[in-house]
Design a protein around this ligand. Sequence first.
Ligand code: NAP
Length: 279
Amino acid sequence: MQIGIVGLGLIGGSLGFDLIQSGHHIYGLSRRQKTCNHAIRRGAVSQASTDPKILNRAELVFLCTPIGSLAQSLALIIPHLMTHTVVTDVGSVKAPVVETLQSLWPNFVGGHPMAGTAETGILAAQNTLFKDRPYVLTPNAATNLRAIELVKDVVIQLKAQLYFASPSDHDRAVAWISHLPILVSAGLMSSCIQESDQAVLSLAKSLASTGFRDTSRVGSGNPELGRMVAEHNQVALLKTLDQFETSLKHIRALIEHHEWNALEKLLQENQTARPMFVD
Ligand code: NAP
């Protein structure tokens, strides 16, 4: 198939690697010529350009630019698409994105691969990033059925685990397991660096090991992505933050009032619950 990828960064470049591997011809469109050159040299695309005309033969297009630029990216390419071209996106928030992009292009299906790294850009793109990872499609009642089938077939070729959800259910679920963890982890790092005793701060930096590496990682990654998910998934994220504040206050009260058995019980419940979310 002739497939276009707009935004040759971590996600766009990684999609390119796997789709070329599956035998597709990949047309890359990116903002900077340097990114196009890297993508061609690394083998993430068959050809690439900064000119949207490159997409005029694409049957399917993946929009892989930042959430706040997706509508602008689609508007830029629309004059160059065939009327039957199917467009999908990879944005980490779905309800506002689907509403806007679907109004611009009827053959649109929202999507979100649940895969990534702390790095950004074409040089961070990698093979098999999506293998065995969830990939959510978020069609609604107005979504064209042929478009859903086409995107579904390509997601299966990525060897990803395919899920379907409404855009708003997607946003509420990822607020819990992706967006809240980013903000909680960011709060952890912001708190640590407030330690006013320089000797203690310096010692803490030297002693930080795997526990701190795990808990600080997601809040110290791509700042633009963190800002975008907070901005575009604000309502769902605030609800999860409210619940988190309540839970944290409860834990604090247990500690303050020496309720060690209750604290241990809560931690035991968490130990039982975690495998239901991750292995
Ligand atoms: P990235 O590595 O920074 O890549 C973004 C690409 O978009 C770059 O190649 C850049 O092209 C282009 N770009 C940046 N700003 C732009 C703008 N204002 N207008 C047009 N093009 C622009 O980002 P990413 O991590 O791949 O994220 C891309 C999308 O994937 C986002 O919508 C994000 O929500 C979604 N996503 C990310 C992750 C993750 O963990 N990173 C996971 C799932 C989904 P040039 O280099 O040519 O400037």
